[in-house]
Write a protein that binds this ligand. Structure first.
Ligand code: KG4
Ligand code: ZN
Length: 338
């Protein structure tokens, strides 16, 4: 019993491996990002992603072990993301994990990627914050959960169309910026006026928590096209107010995320909010969520920046709890895209 678990993550375009001790102490966290390979396509190309994972998975695992200063013989269990994600990508990580588990006779646990994102915010806390509210804002998901424990999540509501990160990526493309769009839109937004253009903020009409970003994305599209109609060059070259568009879009997206999260916290009577996923890197979101939470006397928790985007430390950390709860699945473990 060494308390060490090796986590593996390949659900999208990051090949990652990590060694974590006791579910919380990160001994190593290696992330190989494919972002540059997908940049020219404006989004993740599944075929390219799967092949790159296959090339990287061995070296990334080796590096995670070397940085942690341990050999496979010192590892107690393995954790791997099994869902949701790109199936061809998930299968690479799962196959690697099975091979190691088989060769070493180690227990193997399957981890849900979204639950791992939620855990990333809990991992750095000394106390267990349950029950609490959890907002996951990533490139593939935007959802609110009531979290009763590390693994007990009840879905309260999700996006009805695009994820928040996807909206950042699409707006970046419209503005002629690179993939992933979140960091570049956010950087450009700092030079613009967030009140310059009044983009729509979605509010669910049925009273249930929810998000929608397709209307906002279409409004941005109409705004930039209207400049072409008025005699400018086609976007992105002809856009006169790129920084204002970026800032006003970011403000609208952040307003919608903060408003729904605060409403859900009130309704559920929860006083702690965990915010995780790639979009949780966003500075405006961190500031405005923190301010709204402080106004209500709520505690808001964000992971460190390196643990917001996809990583294997969150997979290893949550995997440790599953392992301890006797949830090892063994070599029959399967992957699923949803
Ligand atoms: O969690 P993640 O690494 O992958 C998924 O599970 O989807 O999230 C990636 C997403 C991308 O859409 C990226 O544009 C967005 O997170 N993102 C940001 C920022 N940094 C990354 N969005 C807004 N502002 C940022 N600073
Ligand atoms: Zn993710």
């Amino acid at each position: 019993m060494t308390g060490l678990i090796l986590g593996i993550e390949t659900s999208c375009d990051e090949t990652a491996a990590s060694v974590v001790e006791g579910g919380r102490r990160v001994l190593s966290s290696v992330v190989h990002s494919q972002a540059r390979m997908h940049a020219e396509w404006g989004g993740v190309v599944p075929e390219i992603a799967g092949r790159s994972h296959l090339q990287q998975i061995g070296p990334v695992i080796d590096e995670a072990l070397a940085l942690a200063g341990v050999r496979l013989g010192g590892i107690e269990a393995l954790a791997v993301t099994t869902r949701p994600g790109l199936i061809g990508s998930l299968l690479v990580g799962l196959s690697a994990a099975k091979a190691v588990a088989f060769a070493r006779g180690l227990p193997l646990v399957g981890v849900h990627h979204i639950e791992a994102h939620v855990y990333s915010a809990r991992m750095e806390l000394d106390d267990a914050p349950y029950p609490c509210l959890a907002l996951v804002v990533s490139g593939g998901h935007t959802a609110l959960y009531r979290a009763e424990s590390e693994t007990g999540l009840d879905l309260l509501g999700a996006t009805r169309d695009d994820a928040a990160g996807e909206a950042f990526d699409k707006v970046a493309q419209l503005l002629g910026l690179s993939y992933p769009g979140g960091p570049v839109v956010s950087r450009l937004a700092q030079e613009g006026n967030p009140r310059a253009i009044r983009f729509p903020r979605y509010r669910p009409v049925d009273g249930r928590p929810g998000f929608s970003f397709s209307g906002l994305k279409t409004a941005v599209l109409h705004h930039v096209r209207s400049q072409e109609a008025a005699g400018g060059s086609p976007p992105p070259e002809g856009i006169r107010d790129r920084a204002d568009v970026a800032a006003s879009f970011e403000q609208a997206a952040v307003d919608a995320l903060v408003a729904e999260t605060m409403r859900a916290a009130d309704e559920q009577g929860l006083d702690t909010v965990l915010v995780s996923g790639g979009v949780a890197c966003n500075r405006r979101l961190r500031e405005e969520m923190s301010r709204a939470a402080a106004d209500r006397g709520l505690r808001v928790v964000f992971p460190s920046l390196g643990y917001c985007t996809d990583n294997a430390a969150m997979v290893a950390g949550l995997g440790w709890h599953l392992h301890r709860a006797g949830r090892a699945a063994g070599l029959v473990l399967d992957a699923a895209s949803h």
